[in-house]
Design a protein. Structure first.
Length: 248
């Protein structure tokens, strides 16, 4: 399928075998602080949000693993791409996004990328690549923040530290057939690097964020996973640098 989109993130990880495929989908890390931002475009508001009872069908576009910012000399090997793909497909299916088939043609193309983003610092702890770090998280910048809300500081601090990321961006499939690029929604999911290897933390990231895919919540949310696969959601924070979706 000849789909060409701009590189992501924009304005969410060899040697392993079947055991790795099973462990990456079965693991669920405890106490992981996950940040989720989901942006919905004006075109995205025009479509019906899917559910398991009324699914939407999509073609996956695997942008794959990317190391952003500073290259880490001792970064662990990412899990096989096949393991990530299986986990993403399974999670999306639970939210009503199903792989297209000849009998169920696609209405969406979903681009998926994952990896880590590391800040580049100079003496004095000045961040050299803030745009790259903040766009990975899902914001444009911090200029309009007042820092009255402590969650704003947490959001900015997140951009100053190494983070795992997973980014899913949905496009209108039919528009692409007409040589147009129509973005519908983009979900940015990140977690601290210290929360573990990607294959251990990615299931937690997906389970925390999946219920918000395509809903267009422009309010950054920090969620802490707890035992038995539950996620505690903090009070959403309005980020002035992300344009809220118009009320239908």
């Amino acid at each position: 399928m000849d789909i060409k989109f701009r590189s992501y993130p924009r304005s969410l990880f060899a040697g392993a075998c079947l055991v790795a495929l099973i462990s990456v989908s079965a693991a669920f890390a405890d106490g992981v602080r996950v940040c989720v931002i989901d942006e919905l475009t004006a075109d995205g508001q025009k479509i019906t949000h899917p559910s398991p009872a009324s699914p939407a069908y999509y073609v996956p576009v695997w942008a794959g693993y990317k190391e952003l910012g500073r290259i880490l000399a001792r970064a662990p090997q990412p899990p096989p791409a096949a393991a990530i793909q299986r986990l993403v497909i399974k999670t999306l299916a639970g939210e009503g996004y199903l792989l297209a088939t000849p009998l169920s043609p696609p209405t969406l193309a979903i681009v998926v990328s994952w990896g880590y983003a590391a800040p580049i610092m100079i003496p004095g702890k000045q961040l050299v690549n803030p745009g790259e770090m903040y766009k990975t998280i899902g914001i444009d910048g911090v200029e309009d923040m007042t820092f009255i809300d402590p969650r704003e500081k947490e959001l900015v601090d997140a951009g100053d530290h190494i983070r795992h990321y997973l980014i899913l961006t949905a496009f209108d499939y039919q528009a692409r057939q007409q040589h147009r690029v129509v973005e519908l929604w983009s979900a940015h999911v990140t977690a601290p690097w210290l929360s573990g290897r990607l294959n251990g933390v990615l299931p937690t990231m997906l389970r925390s964020a999946a219920p918000y895919f395509g809903l267009g919540n422009p309010k950054p949310m920090f969620m802490t996973s707890v035992r038995q696969g539950r996620v505690v959601v903090g009070t959403p924070m309005v980020n002035a640098t992300v344009s809220p979706a118009p009320t239908p």
